[in-house]
Design a binder for this molecule. Structure first.
Ligand SMILES: Nc1nc2c(ncn2[C@@H]2O[C@H](COP(=O)(O)OP(=O)(O)O)[C@@H](O)[C@H]2O)c(=O)[nH]1
Ligand SMILES: [Mg+2]
Length: 380
C-alpha cells in the first residue's frame, strides 16, 4: 500500500512519517504462528518423570514443588506410585528443617501469628514453608487453614511457601500426605516448617506426631478461661502462647498466662528435659513474637545437643510405619469377601438382639482366622 508522506520527510524514512499506515501484517503472522503452536501443544498437563520432579524440587522450583505435592495428595493409584518414587529419591535431602506445630481454637490468631512470625523469619534469612493440617475438614466442611488472606504479605514473599490443607481423606491418609509434603519442602530447601492445625478432634495429636516443637495458641475468654481448653492439649505442648495481648487486653492476657503457668507446674513436660512455659504475645502488634521464636531456637539447640530431638524423630517415623501397616492390614481384612459376609450376618444377629457383642466379635475373629489358614487366602 502506498502511504502518503509529507514533502519534508527525510530520505529513506520509515512509516513513522506516513499517514494511513496499515499495520498488523506482521502481528497477524505472529498470531498465526502462536495459534499453530498452541494447537500443537499436548492436551492436558505433561506429567514429569520422578527424576524431573526431584530435579525441580531440589532447585526449589515452586511450580514443580506444588505439582509434586498435588501428586502426593492425589488418591489415584498411578500417582501413588510416582509419589513414592519421588519421596524415595528426595529422602537424603529431607529432615533438615525445624518443624513447628501451631494449634489453637479457630480465631485464636494462628494464621495472623504465622504471618507475623513468618515475615520476621524471612527477614532473618530463613526460608519457611507453611502447611495446614485438618483431617476434620471433610466433616466440618473445610475450616479455612493456611489462609492466604491472613498471610497476605507472607504469601507474596519469595522466601515463603504456603500450602493449604489437603481436603478430606482418612486420618492416616492426611497424616501421610502432610508428612510427605513436609519432606518435599525440606528437600526444596525450606529450613523452617510451620504446621497450622485447628484445635479439634484428633488434629493436635496428629500434628504433634510430626513436629519437633508444639506451640499451643490460646486467648483470654470471658469468665472461666481454662474451661475451653482440653487438659490433654496442655500436656503435649512445648509452649503455651497467650495471643492478643494488646490494647486493653494486656492485663487479662498476663493473668491468663499466670494461670497456665500454675497448671503447667503440676504437669509432666511434653519433652524430656524441657520445661514448658506460658508466654504472651500479640500477633497484631508483633510484641513477643521475637521472644517466642527465641524459645523455639533454645529448645532446638538444647534438644539437638541432648539427642532428644533425634530420638523423637526416630520414634515418630517408627510409629508412622506402624500406623501405615495397621491401616493396610485392617483394610485388607475388612475387604475380604468372607469377612464381609460374616459382618453382614453379625449385623443382622445384633439387630435381632440374639447375640452379645463379645460373641459377635468372636464370630468375626473366627472367620478371619479361618480365612488366614487357607493356603490361597486373600489376606495372608
Ligand atoms: N487484637 C488482636 N487480634 C488478633 C490478634 N491475632 C489475631 N487477631 C484477630 O483474630 C481473628 C482471628 O485470627 P486468625 O489468625 O484468622 O485466627 P486462626 O483461626 O487461629 O487462624 C482475626 O480477626 C485477627 O485479626 C492479636 O494479636 N490481637
Ligand atoms: Mg487460621
Amino acid at each position: 500500500m502506498d502511504n502518503y508522506k509529507p514533502e519534508w520527510t527525510p530520505a529513506g524514512a520509515g512509516e513513522e512519517f506516513a499517514c494511513s499506515v496499515m499495520p498488523g501484517i506482521e502481528d497477524a503472522q505472529v498470531a498465526a504462528a502462536r495459534a499453530e503452536a498452541v494447537a500443537k501443544r499436548p492436551t492436558g498437563r505433561h506429567i514429569l518423570t520422578a527424576d524431573e520432579y526431584v530435579e525441580g524440587i531440589l532447585r526449589c522450583d515452586r511450580t514443580t514443588l506444588s505439582r509434586a505435592i498435588t501428586i502426593i495428595e492425589s488418591s489415584a493409584p498411578k500417582h501413588f506410585e510416582l509419589g513414592q518414587e519421588i519421596i524415595q529419591k528426595i529422602l537424603p535431602y529431607a529432615g533438615k528443617a525445624v518443624r513447628v506445630g501451631i494449634t489453637g481454637v479457630p480465631g485464636a490468631g494462628k494464621s495472623t501469628l504465622i504471618e507475623a512470625l513468618g515475615n520476621q523469619l524471612c527477614d532473618d534469612g530463613h526460608k519457611i514453608a507453611v502447611l495446614a493440617v485438618d483431617p476434620s475438614s471433610s466433616v466440618s466442611n473445610g475450616s479455612v487453614l493456611g489462609d492466604k488472606t491472613r498471610m497476605e504479605t507472607l504469601s507474596r514473599r519469595p522466601e515463603a511457601f504456603i500450602r493449604p490443607s489437603p481436603s478430606g481423606g482418612t486420618l492416616g491418609g492426611v497424616t501421610r500426605k502432610s508428612r510427605e509434603t513436609m519432606m518435599l519442602c525440606e528437600a526444596a530447601g525450606f529450613d523452617t516448617i510451620l504446621v497450622e492445625t485447628v484445635g479439634v478432634g484428633q488434629n493436635e495429636i496428629t500434628v504433634r506426631s510430626m513436629v519437633d516443637f508444639f506451640l499451643v495458641v490460646v486467648i483470654t475468654g470471658a469468665g472461666d478461661d481454662l474451661q475451653g481448653i482440653k487438659k490433654g492439649i496442655i500436656e503435649i505442648a512445648d509452649a503455651i502462647l497467650v495471643n492478643k495481648a494488646d490494647g486493653d487486653n494486656i492485663m487479662r492476657a498476663k493473668a491468663t498466662r499466670a494461670e497456665y503457668e500454675q497448671i503447667l507446674h503440676y504437669l509432666r513436660p511434653a519433652t524430656a528435659g524441657w520445661t514448658t512455659k506460658a508466654y504472651t504475645c500479640s500477633a497484631r502488634t508483633g510484641d513477643g513474637i521475637r521472644e517466642i521464636w527465641e524459645v523455639v531456637e533454645k529448645y532446638v539447640n538444647q534438644m539437638r545437643g541432648s539427642g532428644v530431638l533425634e530420638e523423637r524423630r526416630e520414634k515418630q517415623t517408627l510409629s508412622w510405619v506402624k500406623q501405615i501397616t495397621e491401616e493396610a492390614i485392617r483394610n485388607r481384612i475388612l475387604s475380604n469377601p468372607r469377612v464381609q459376609q460374616q459382618l453382614d450376618v453379625t449385623e443382622k444377629q445384633l439387630a435381632a438382639g440374639n447375640i452379645s457383642a463379645t460373641k459377635a466379635a468372636q464370630g468375626l475373629i473366627l472367620a478371619i482366622e479361618e480365612e488366614l489358614r487357607k493356603p490361597d487366602s486373600a489376606i495372608g
